[in-house]
Write a new protein. Structure first.
Lengths: 119, 100
């Protein structure tokens, strides 16, 4: 049986290649039909905000790639409630449907997967 | 079930430490390596927070990294490991979460 993996993405979309690399792992794993989850933690939640304008920094828009996740069979998307609250964001600020988890929910989530990668 | 969380960044200059602590489940463990061992510095906020973790959460630190940094009095709950102990520890937990 394929081993499950949780990727924890905790960098803002413009903080270098980390956010895109985390997404690449998820998309690659999804292509091989691995059971994957993606958790947005800390500044990683900024990847999900609506109406980002990547073009103004001459970069590609990460949101478009994130929205493709369900097409790759990845629908286990999670966000840390604490990270949202610290940044004055809520569910309505997010461009994707995600499950919002408190601290206890996060430790349960992590312990549900065979492997964890934090980037 | 349990996860070993591995930190290697200083709690004084980086958010990983603060983000990791609330995610520790009751049977999880925390291993401090590299600059993360500065969290053990007596009288600091990170050291207090480590002391206040639930009793069942095991706390480890790499002895070489601790000694190199002259950290002085350590919290009594911390267990020091050499590299062989580090490897053994990683085998005792179902998954390792390295906060890269």
């Amino acid at each position: 049986m394929a081993r499950s993996m949780l990727i924890i993405s905790r960098q803002a979309p413009w903080a270098g290649p980390s956010a895109r690399e985390a997404l690449d792992i998820v998309l690659a794993g999804g292509a091989f039909e691995l059971p994957l989850g993606l958790l947005f933690l800390d500044d990683g939640v900024f990847q999900l905000t609506k109406a980002q304008q990547a073009a103004s920094l001459e970069q590609k828009d990460l949101t478009a790639n994130l929205q493709a996740l369900p097409l790759f069979g990845i629908d286990s998307l999670f966000v840390a409630r604490r990270s949202l609250a610290e940044r004055n964001l809520d569910e309505s600020s997010l461009a994707l449907p995600v499950e919002i988890l408190d601290d206890a929910g996060l430790s349960t989530l992590i312990n549900r997967y065979d492997h964890v990668i934090t980037i | 079930m349990a996860t070993l969380h591995l930190l290697s960044h200083s709690p004084f200059s980086d958010g990983r430490f603060n983000s990791c602590l609330p995610l520790l489940g009751d049977t999880d463990a925390l291993l401090l390596a590299g600059d993360a061992t500065y969290a053990l510095t007596a009288g600091t906020k990170p050291a207090t927070e480590l002391e206040q973790l639930p009793e069942q959460v095991a706390l480890f630190a790499l002895e070489d990294d601790v000694q190199a940094r002259a950290l002085g009095m350590l919290p009594p709950r911390v267990q020091l490991l050499d590299y062989a102990g580090f490897v053994e520890l990683t085998c005792r937990y179902e998954r390792i979460n390295s906060w890269l």
